[in-house]
Design a protein around this ligand. Structure first.
Ligand code: ADP
Ligand code: MG
Length: 322
């Protein structure tokens, strides 16, 4: 199958590529065209997943399809943007029709869940690598940035942390676990649900936000730096799922929640009075885990208030391992 046949069969003909709200022109021309309502800004973000770095080279293509869109769409959630569409740049070794069909199916399932359309892409041959660029819209001036946290704000997260990091030994086949433990962890690793609803609800309420991709403490460091404030995290308030704790034990589960990557859960700051209307909405999960203070950096405190901040805070490409 040639490049154009492949694009047409697996991607242009997919249900998620048939257009949707905001898509004036989809796959097939030199560019896609998006319509933005008056008074809205375009939010754009790109993520690349490389085989052997971001996922095992041998894995279920359906799960990979879900994950490759989810991690990119999570950045739209973090900005409080409403998803419109995405492009897919695929570099493929010799893969068969079964692989492509399953990959496109997984991608389509996540696109459906996020209500976004596949609007274009690029297809090349080479070592497996997937780049997804997502496009969203947000009322002008209302995007959630990293820079607005203020002393007195609460620090919150949108769900339990550490599940994806905890799943890694299962993903890599290094360990096994009973289904009750393995399933929720693997589900979160392969199919993290971008918190688009939460992000949109936080517009006009949160003073700063991001999605946790490199570990809670490392990512809180980004908010602290961009906002020129200090963040304090209370260990006892950090939410850890029962499955993760059963699998790793309390100590290692907390370690995964604090420094493990790939959570794609939102972390945000907001004044205490802005939390009440959110807490009243049964449909979303919000946990207070700390607060914003004057100063700089991120401090982790135990239940006695002792500073127990670890040295290693998260994952960074290109950094020498200690
Ligand atoms: P060009 O040569 O003008 O860059 P291409 O031949 O690469 O265009 O692509 C033809 C059309 O197919 C374009 O609309 C492009 O966006 C789309 N496309 C290519 N690869 C993919 C893909 N993997 N998924 C979705 N659309 C794709
Ligand atoms: Mg062209």
């Amino acid at each position: 199958m040639g490049e154009f046949e492949l694009i047409n069969h697996y991607f242009a003909a997919a249900p998620c590529a048939q257009g949707g709200e905001g898509v004036a022109l989809g796959i097939g021309d030199d560019c896609a065209l998006l319509d933005l309502p008056p008074g809205e800004q375009l939010a754009v973000s790109t993520d690349t997943l490389v085989a052997g770095v971001h996922f095992p080279a041998v894995c279920d293509p359906l799960l990979l399809g879900q994950r490759s869109l989810a991690v990119a769409a999570s950045d739209l959630a973090a900005m409080g943007a409403t998803a419109i569409g995405f492009t897919l740049a695929l570099t493929l070794p010799d893969v068969g029709p079964d692989w492509l069909a399953a990959y496109a199916d997984g991608l389509g399932r996540m696109a459906h869940r996020c209500r976004m359309s596949l609007i274009g892409g690029d297809t090349t041959r080479g070592p497996l690598s997937i780049t997804v660029t997502v496009f969203g819209r947000v009322p002008a001036g209302q995007a959630l940035r990293r820079s607005g946290a203020r002393p007195g704000d609460l620090l919150c997260v949108g769900g339990s942390l550490g599940k994806a990091a905890g799943a890694l030994p299962l993903v890599l086949g290094e360990r096994e676990a009973p289904a009750a433990q393995a399933e929720p962890l693997l589900a979160h690793y392969w199919s993290p649900m971008p918190q688009l609803t939460l992000g949109a609800l936080l517009r006009g309420k949160a003073t700063a936000a991001l999605d946790i991709s490199d570990g809670l403490l490392a990512d809180c460091g980004h908010i602290a730096k961009a906002s020129g404030v200090a963040l304090e995290v209370n260990l006892a308030q950090v939410p850890v799922s029962p499955a993760l704790e059963a699998f790793l034990g309390r100590e290692a589960a907390l370690q995964a929640a604090l420094t493990g990557g790939d959570d794609y859960v939102l972390a945000f700051t907001l004044p205490p009075e802005a939390l009440a209307p959110l807490a009243g909405l049964g449909c979303i999960e919000v946990h207070i885990i700390g607060r914003v203070l004057e100063g700089q950096g991120v401090t982790l405190r135990d239940s006695q208030g002792q500073d127990i901040t670890p040295v290693q805070r998260g994952y960074q490409h290109f950094r020498e391992r200690p």
